[in-house]
Design a protein around this ligand. Structure first.
Ligand code: FHN
Length: 585
């Protein structure tokens, strides 16, 4: 579990993460009516697309991070909540909101030239202000501002002209303007008080219905599912059924898995095998525009993030925050276009590919694949000797994607192929080497972990196999197994034991107050140890805890598992490592 967003509290974040992560794997509400083939067909364009533009644009672009002369901390689109701005005062920004420089075709063009294949824009964010012409009330850009235009509708027309699929974000439960709407941290203005059920029936559900009927988006992106019960999500699902081709995310609420996992501001170390997923991320440190946030990620970071995500089977939904005038800040455009330039040359290694075949990312870069082709995205160009890839396939052709007519020499030895590379990298950020191979890629079996010379066995989170749907490796070096919100998930390691005997078992983990007390069983063969998770300072405060002594009877391959028996709080623990030390040492 990691800290993510400005002023949101850790508790809220964990609740949000848990709400999203607790989703079961199968899309139960649809499985009766949709076969795997139909689902693959429906998700087809999205799986090919890989790269999309997220746009947070709304009234918050007017204050742009400053209220009453004070810079308000946190993310820009949260200014109303973080600044505790009264409803009537915030609504006055509408009178000033006149983004005359907005040009839907230009935005679609920027997305296109950046190599993006879809767009998702905030039709309504938590401030309750609609960026489309809703008939529900007048609190929208068409009726309440001098602009008198409907940007959502304009973009829905402009995007297809550039081959961009168009989607909308809609904050279904959190609404700080309409009486009864949800608010993290509670209401701060009496005008917000009201009946949540009435809000859903009279504002939220009708607006979703309007969007589907009038805009027919390819994607509907829900967010922050406060108070969404089974009955309530059921009513939304009934509306969604009117658009069978729609793709929607896992944030509707009440464990509805939707179509896509949505890790936010992070790239999960192993992706979500078996699930479609999309990392959404800010280009600086805010989603909605803040005039003083120019902390843009470098082109290198953006591009390597895209490659990293795609190499794990995901999509990258990268956010921009346009200004009050309707301009995407130039610092953002410049970086996006640089990514687009790279994609013009190397797009074949991104679009329509699937996750690389190796369990662990190589130190030199990342790998993606298509039937018969491996794409090696080299971040760290080898000084000499080329690259050795642990595959047993016959390579029929090797070349740089930037120079496809010039064959590269390869040599095959045992279960590996070495490709000889030119002295300098064609691209300082990522150069793509293509290996055309015969048959399905055969990776050489990963060597099992082995016992150290002093008999110690070290089991790192990064070497664990995670079985389940929510727990995953997070963070890099050393990383930990986190988001362990489903107690049915467990972790296991295979280790080659050469010196059997009794071992003292220590776990290195962190657990935030409120989540301690989960029971777990550590097993090696038929020997088990029971443990209880103690609370440490927080999710990042790691402590070594002795679990007990366990016997490994004989030399050979042993499997070590850690399985929770229950879960008392948000997550079981953040597990970083297990050490088995020969007893008495
Ligand atoms: O609270 C929002 C936030 O403003 C932003 O819209 C992000 C985008 O994923 N979602 C929420 C936090 O999870």
């Amino acid at each position: 579990m990691q800290n993510r967003l400005g002023r949101l509290t850790r508790g809220v974040l964990l609740a949000l993460a848990a709400a999203a992560a607790l989703a079961p794997v199968a899309r139960a509400e649809d499985s009766a009516v949709e076969t795997k083939e139909q689902r693959d067909g429906r998700m087809g364009w999205w799986r090919q697309a890989k790269f999309g533009m997220f746009i947070h644009w709304g009234l918050y672009a007017v204050p742009a991070g400053t209220y009453n002369g004070k810079q308000i901390g946190g993310i820009g689109e949260w200014i109303m909540n973080n600044g505790k701005i009264p409803v009537a005062d915030y609504a006055k920004y509408a009178e000033k909101f006149n983004p005359t420089r907005f040009n839907a075709d230009q935005w679609a063009q920027i997305a296109h030239d950046s190599g993006m294949k879809y767009m998702v824009i905030t039709a309504k964010h938590h401030d309750g202000f609609c960026m489309f012409h809703t008939k529900v009330d007048g609190y929208n850009i068409f009726d309440a501002t001098p602009f008198k235009r409907d940007p959502v509708q304009e973009l829905s027309v402009a995007c297809p002209r550039q081959d961009i699929k168009f989607g909308v974000y809609y904050s279904q439960a959190q609404d700080w303007h309409h009486p009864g709407g949800g608010a993290y941290g509670g209401h701060w203005d009496k005008a917000q008080d009201g009946d949540y059920e009435k809000y859903l029936q009279e504002v939220s559900i009708p607006q979703v219905r309007e969007l589907l009927a009038n805009i027919n988006p390819a994607v509907l992106w829900f967010d922050t599912a406060i108070g969404m019960s089974k009955e309530r999500t059921g009513e939304f699902l009934d509306v969604l059924k009117t658009r069978p081709a729609l793709i929607y995310n896992n944030r509707l609420g009440n464990g509805v898995p939707g179509d896509t996992e949505t890790p936010e501001q992070t790239i999960p170390a192993q992706g979500f095998p078996g699930r479609d997923w999309e990392t959404c991320m800010t280009i600086n440190d805010t989603w909605g525009y803040k005039s003083y946030d120019t902390n843009f990620k470098s082109t290198e970071t953006l591009l390597r993030n895209l490659i990293d995500i795609v190499s794990k089977g995901g999509n990258y939904l990268l956010n921009v925050g346009p200004t009050e005038e309707g301009i995407i800040p130039q610092g953002e455009v410049d970086r996006l276009l640089a990514v687009g330039q790279w994609l013009k040359v190397n797009g074949d290694a991104i679009y329509g590919t699937s996750a690389g075949p190796f369990k662990k990312a190589p130190a030199w870069g990342r790998v993606t694949q298509k039937p018969g082709k491996l794409f090696l995205h080299v971040f760290n160009w080898p000084a000499s000797g080329g690259l050795t890839i642990p595959i047993a396939n016959k390579v029929t052709k090797a070349y740089l994607l930037s120079a496809p007519d010039k064959a590269l020499e390869t040599t095959t030895k045992d279960d590996s192929v070495t490709v000889v590379l030119p002295g300098t990298a064609p691209d300082p950020i990522a150069s793509v080497v293509v290996l055309e191979v015969e048959g399905e890629v055969q990776t050489a079996a990963a060597a099992p972990l082995s016992q150290g010379a002093d008999g110690t066995i070290g089991l790192a989170a990064a070497d664990a196999e995670v079985v389940g749907s929510t727990a995953k490796l997070e963070g890099a070096d050393p990383g930990n197994i986190g988001f362990w919100t489903d107690p049915n998930d467990y972790v296991k390691w295979s280790v080659k034991v050469s010196q059997p005997g009794d071992f003292t078992v220590n776990l290195l983990y962190a657990c935030e107050p409120g989540s301690g007390g989960s029971d777990y069983t550590l097993a090696i063969g038929d020997k088990t140890l029971k443990g209880k998770v103690d609370e440490t300072g927080n999710w990042a405060d790691y402590k070594t805890v002795k679990v007990g002594t366990i016997n490994i009877e004989k030399a050979g391959l042993a499997t070590v598992t850690v399985k929770p028996n229950n879960k008392t709080g948000v997550g079981v623990m953040n597990l970083r490592a297990i050490t088995l030390t020969p007893a008495g040492k």
